[in-house]
Design a protein around this ligand. Sequence first.
Ligand SMILES: C[S@@+](CC[C@H](N)C(=O)[O-])C[C@H]1O[C@@H](n2cnc3c(N)ncnc32)[C@H](O)[C@@H]1O
Length: 199
Amino acid sequence: MKLNLPERLMTNSPFRAFLQKNVEGPKLRSMASKKRYPVCLELGCGNGRGVRIIKGLFGAEKVTATDIDPSQLERARKRLKSYGNQVEFRLESATNLSCEQVGEYDAVFAFGVIHHTEDWRRSLREINRVLKPGGEYFFDELLKGFLQSAPVKAATRHPEGGMFTAEEFAGYLLQNGFKLAGRWQLDGIWLLGSAIKEG
Ligand SMILES: C[S@@+](CC[C@H](N)C(=O)[O-])C[C@H]1O[C@@H](n2cnc3c(N)ncnc32)[C@H](O)[C@@H]1O
């Protein structure tokens, strides 16, 4: 689901950039099992700041950056112009990924995205499908308790099908071909972690 105006302003703000660069990126890096992830996919890339983190901290050589919002993809395209063909952009949903071959990516990243999708379980199955065996999914999500709180409900829009608790999310990963490599959470609010595709 596309962002409403307040959330779009927040997402494109310097505060969001600071948090992603100084908290989320390093925390996810600390949970990574490998030194480098040459071929990566970013879901819901927004304005493109995540790609810089993926290249800078995770050693990505090639990143496919996707989003369902053409205006955010355009922002990302402009921001990442200097990377040339190291970054490919796709307008597509995390619930229905195009993928030339099954098992294409060394890592999939989603910074604050799966809770925006209409069907979070389907998104996780898609992530599993496009990862190479041994590939890693780095997640960073807001949780149901926070999304259903009165101030957040008043200011933002989130689909019911994208809401989950930390236990539901981690449990579904374990039942669907992943093992957890790292997990950090603020209870009921925020969940970050890393899951490795088995196989
Ligand atoms: C909260 S923003 C996060 C943007 C960026 N990843 C960041 O961390 O700043 C969520 C992003 O996910 C995108 N999005 C929403 N639903 C999506 C879906 N089904 N598939 C892919 N992207 C989606 C939105 O357009 C938006 O750019």
